[in-house]
Design a protein around this ligand. Structure first.
Ligand code: PLZ
Length: 455
């Protein structure tokens, strides 16, 4: 019997939401079966693939992940903001199983199917703005960003792209170049695609008191001088930066940039791959400031864990590429589309936007109290179920990445899945599945607070 078979036959947990919603540790973390799998991983998988927490998963649902050793861990990461509706959410499982029995793949650009159209209709309806829209589907977030750039270039006939400090847009060659952080994403992997320029972001904790309009004008002046609007196809921005540190720009930043884009025939592309689908307490984070992007990129939360992404936007822009210019073998795969329809239905019928706000209230209350009691918590920010704390040296305000690593490792050891982020590696982000029960969320947050107190 191989190790995996052993793990399967002994663990045999029931998956999805029927899992007991509890934190339960029966071994040290990682347990012996996970450690054995880590050894196999080292022999079989490229060393370039890093692992945040090497517990091997046997089942997941609600707010827990159960590992091959039988430990039940609290999930505060949702697989990086993906399983908003929860893992193996019942309606998603049912829809995918039904589709699985009908057909698994035809390639939409060879022989199409209606679920792709239905997902496009849902995206056109749900994304900000009541103008005429079109959508196109892909598989990964990076692919959506790449295609949004392709479409904007085709539409404008211009080439330059502007992105921001701390931005994250993916790991493919173009999106790697658009991503700000060198380690681990870019260093040694170049050269990068040309015509990608970077502008300063609004980062209220660290940009010396600039308000949103001032920060936008600083960026615009740099864009004007270094690129020129006549060369600029698109501005690509995350309305709340994800990997870069859950940076919420000061009010007015996005709106000022948008107005400048409109006045200069520059396509405004919102990368809502991490912020999208109820996560922030709106269906999309742009809604907080009434921002209506020209194009919006979505992925992650769209399909309950199946790989799907999309670009949605103004019909005139989206219809501009020549026929055959957009596509991909797996783009808009039927299983992923079935999952997306069930996922979107779950967000809407279970009012998960409201649920994300309630989670946000629980989290921000605790983090604000934590910051008041512990000066190493230098900032509490985010929206809805997308919140973070930034850890600093209280004497200097300098980022404290070492403390951050200790807290994350400590929480892992106690059975709480916690993710870091941030350009300076000193931000702890909280992205619980919206299906997590309150009691489990509160327990997870308490573990983090206790770990911080000891770290
Ligand atoms: N845009 C805003 O957050 C993915 C990266 C995980 P893909 N973020 C998680 C990792 O370490 O690779 C992301 C994002 C924003 C684009 C992407 C890219 O989405 O589906 O990972 O390609």
């Amino acid at each position: 019997m191989t190790l995996t078979e052993t793990a399967r036959s002994t663990a045999t947990p029931i998956g999805g939401p029927s899992l007991p919603q509890e934190r339960k540790l029966v071994t040290t973390i990682p347990g012996p079966k996970s450690r054995a799998l880590s050894e196999r991983k080292a022999q079989a998988v490229s060393a370039g693939v890093g692992i945040a927490l090497p517990v091997y998963v046997a089942a997941a649902g609600g707010g827990v992940l159960v590992d091959v050793d039988g430990n039940s861990l609290i999930d505060l990461g949702s697989g990086i903001a993906v399983t908003g509706v929860g893992n193996s959410a019942p309606r998603v499982v049912e829809a995918v199983a039904a589709q699985l029995a009908q057909f698994t793949h035809t390639c939409f650009t060879v022989a199409p199917y209606d679920s792709y159209i239905e997902v496009a209709e849902a995206l056109n309806r749900l994304t900000p703005g009541d103008h005429l829209k079109r959508s196109v589907l892909f598989s990964s977030g990076a692919e959506a960003v790449e295609n949004a750039v392709k479409i904007a270039r085709y539409f404008t006939g211009k080439q330059a792209i502007v992105v921001f400090d701390h931005a994250y847009h993916g790991r493919t060659n173009l999106t790697m170049g658009m991503t700000a952080k060198s380690q681990p994403y870019k260093s040694g992997f170049g050269p990068f695609a040309p015509e990608v320029y970077r502008a300063p972001m609004s980062y209220p904790l660290r940009d010396g008191g600039l308000d949103g309009v001032e920060a936008a004008n600083r960026a615009i002046s740099q864009i004007d001088k270094q690129i020129g609007a006549s060369n600029l196809a698109a501005l690509v921005i995350e309305p709340i930066q994800g990997e870069g540190g859950f940076i919420v720009p000061a009010p007015g930043f996005l709106a000022t940039l948008l107005a400048w884009c409109r006045a200069n025939e520059v396509v405004f592309i919102a990368d809502e791959i991490q912020t999208g689908f109820a996560r922030t307490g709106h269906m999309f984070a742009c809604e907080y400031e009434g921002i209506v992007p020209d194009l919006i990129c979505t992925a992650k939360g769209i399909a309950g864990g199946l790989p799907l992404s999309g670009v949605t936007g103004r019909a005139d822009i989206m219809d501009s590429p020549k026929v055959g210019g957009l596509g991909g073998t797996y783009a808009g795969n039927p299983l992923a589309c079935a999952a997306a329809l069930a996922t979107i239905d779950t967000y809407e019928s279970d009012n998960l936007v409201e649920r994300a706000r309630a989670i946000g209230t629980i989290m921000s209350g605790r983090f604000t109290a934590l910051a008041a009691a512990d000066l190493r918590v230098g900032d509490v920010r985010g929206r809805g179920a997308m919140m973070a704390i930034e850890l600093i040296d209280p004497a200097t305000g300098a980022p404290d990445a070492a403390l951050t690593s200790r807290v994350i490792a400590g929480a892992h050891a106690e059975g709480v899945i916690l993710l870091g982020c941030g350009t300076y590696g000193n931000v702890i982000r909280f992205l619980p599945p919206l299906s997590i029960p309150d009691a489990l969320l509160i327990e997870g947050l308490q573990v983090v607070a206790d770990t911080l107190a000891k770290a």
